[in-house]
Design a protein around this ligand. Structure first.
Ligand SMILES: [Fe+2]
Length: 438
C-alpha cells in the first residue's frame, strides 16, 4: 500500500483521490502545483459534479473527458481527465482522477484553426511543396486559380502548374527555397488545368521544423486582369501618342503650305536638332519635347500677314518687328496641347541668343532652355544653307564660319561642338552645295 501511495504522490501528472461522496481525499504534488489548494477544498468536486454522477452510475470502469477549469482570476485552463473507479461495479466506490493540462495544446490547435481559415479564405493560391517537388497542401484559392480539386493534385508534381518551357527555371527556384533562401515576389506564367497559360505573381519561402527545411510554401496571385489593364493603358497611350504625332505633323505641314519659301524647313530643322541632341546625350523625354518643338517652331508665323511672309526682299524695320512676334505666338498656339515637355517654352525661346542679343525677351545664358539653344543652331544652320528670294544658299564654308566665330557668344559652345562633330563624321554634309541630313 505504501508503494502505491508513493507512486500516487510522485506521479508527474496531477492526480486526485475522491471518496464515495465525491469529496477530495488526497491530491498529489503535481495536482497542488497545477491548481490552487482552495480549488480542491471547495470547488473541485462541484466543478465535476455532473460528470462524476454520470460516471458513477455508468457500468464502465474508466472514462476520459475534457473539461475547462475557470479559476476566480486568470485565463481558463483545459484538462483531459482520466477517471477510474477503485472498486468497479459498486456505486459507492472511491475514484482516482488523473489530469493532463492540455491548455497549450488547445491554444495551439485554436491558433492553427485560425491560420487554416485565413489560408482557406484567401483569394491567393497558397500551397506547400515537398522537397521532392510534390504538392502537399492546396487551399481554395488554388482550386479557383488553377482549376484542380485537392484530390486531383495533392501528391502530384508542382511542375504540372508550370509551362513545359519554364520548368528548369521553376526547378531552380524550388531548389533555392529548399536551401533556405526566400525568393521575393516575382512575376511568371503558370498553367491552368485546362491548359491555358496565365500570368501570376508568386513568392516561394522555405518552411522548416527544428531548423530542417521540410518544404517550400508558394503563394501565387493571378494577375491576368492587372496585365490586361496595363496592356490597355499601354495601347491607349500608344494611340494617343500616335494621334499627337500625326496632329503635330499636320499642323507643321499646314503652316509650311502657307509659307512656300520655307517649305520643308521645319522637318529639316527637326532632323538636325535631333542629331545634335542625341550627340549631346539628352534623355528620351527631352528629345521628344525638342522634336515636337522643332516641328512646330515657326507655327507662330500663321499670325503674320502674307505680304510680309512672302515678301521677296529684305524686311523693313517695322515688318521685322511684326516678324519677331512669331516665337511668342507659336508658344501661345501650342500652349493647350498636352505635351509631356515644355514644347511651348522651347518654341518661344528659339530666337533667343546666348549673349542676350536675341528676341523676343533678350534672355541670355542659362535663362535659355538647352533644347532652345539646340533649336537655335539647327534653325540658323538650315536657314543659311537654303535659298531665299533675296539671297542664294550660303554654302558649307560660310555657314560653318558663322558657328565657329560665334560659338560661346551667340550660340551654345557645346551645341556648336556637336555640330562640328556631326559634320566631321558625315552625319551632316553638303552635296553640290545642298545641306543633307538623314
Ligand atoms: Fe523662327
Amino acid at each position: 500500500m505504501e508503494r502505491y501511495r508513493a507512486l500516487f504522490k510522485h506521479l508527474p501528472s496531477p492526480a486526485v483521490l475522491l471518496n464515495s461522496q465525491n469529496r477530495v481525499d488526497d491530491v498529489n504534488q503535481a495536482g497542488l502545483a497545477a491548481l490552487p489548494t482552495e480549488a480542491f477544498e471547495r470547488t473541485f468536486s462541484r466543478w465535476l459534479t455532473r460528470d462524476l454522477k454520470e460516471f458513477r452510475i455508468s457500468p464502465v470502469p474508466s472514462r476520459v473527458i475534457e473539461k475547462t477549469y475557470r479559476a476566480a482570476s486568470g485565463p481558463p485552463k483545459f484538462f483531459k481527465i482520466r477517471m477510474a473507479k477503485i472498486a468497479p461495479g459498486k456505486t459507492d466506490t472511491g475514484m482516482v482522477l488523473i489530469l493532463t493540462d492540455i491548455t497549450e495544446r488547445r491554444r495551439t490547435l485554436e491558433e492553427l484553426g485560425r491560420l487554416a481559415s485565413i489560408v482557406d479564405s484567401s483569394d491567393d493560391a497558397i500551397l506547400s511543396v515537398s522537397l521532392s517537388g510534390k504538392i502537399m497542401t492546396w487551399n481554395r484559392g488554388a482550386e479557383k486559380i488553377y482549376g484542380f480539386q485537392p484530390e486531383d493534385i495533392l501528391g502530384r508534381s508542382f511542375m504540372l502548374l508550370v509551362p513545359s518551357g519554364m520548368r528548369e527555371g521553376a526547378r531552380s527556384i524550388l531548389e533555392r527555397a529548399a536551401r533556405g533562401l526566400s525568393l521575393s515576389r516575382h512575376e511568371t506564367v503558370h498553367r491552368h488545368r485546362d491548359g491555358h497559360l496565365f500570368p501570376v505573381s508568386a513568392t516561394f519561402s522555405p518552411f522548416d521544423c527544428y531548423d530542417a527545411v521540410l518544404g517550400v510554401s508558394v503563394i501565387a496571385r493571378d494577375i491576368s486582369s492587372r496585365k490586361q489593364t496595363e496592356e490597355e493603358l499601354r495601347s491607349s497611350h500608344g494611340q494617343l501618342q500616335s494621334l499627337l504625332n500625326e496632329t503635330v505633323k499636320s499642323l507643321s505641314a499646314t503652316h509650311e503650305k502657307r509659307d512656300l519659301y520655307t517649305a520643308g524647313h521645319q522637318q529639316r530643322v527637326t532632323r538636325l536638332a535631333c542629331h545634335m541632341a542625341e550627340h549631346l546625350g539628352l534623355d528620351q523625354a527631352q528629345m521628344e519635347a525638342l522634336r515636337f518643338a522643332a516641328l512646330l517652331h515657326d507655327i507662330g508665323k500663321v499670325c503674320i500677314p502674307m505680304a510680309i511672309l512672302a515678301k521677296p526682299a529684305r524686311l523693313s524695320e517695322e515688318e521685322m518687328g511684326i516678324m519677331k512676334k512669331h516665337p511668342e505666338s507659336g508658344g501661345e498656339i501650342v500652349r493647350n496641347i498636352p505635351f509631356h515637355g515644355p514644347v511651348g517654352e522651347i518654341i518661344g525661346q528659339h530666337h533667343e541668343r546666348l549673349d542676350g542679343s536675341g528676341y523676343p525677351k533678350g534672355l541670355s545664358g542659362n535663362q535659355i532652355l538647352p533644347a532652345s539653344r539646340i533649336l537655335a543652331v539647327a534653325d540658323t544652320l538650315e536657314a543659311m544653307s537654303s535659298h531665299r528670294p533675296y539671297r542664294p544658299a550660303l554654302g558649307l564654308k560660310t555657314t560653318l564660319e558663322e558657328f565657329r566665330s560665334k560659338s560661346g557668344i551667340t550660340y551654345d559652345p557645346d551645341v556648336c561642338a556637336a555640330l562640328f562633330d556631326l559634320v566631321k563624321s558625315g552625319t551632316i554634309r553638303w552635296r553640290k552645295g545642298v545641306l543633307q541630313c538623314p
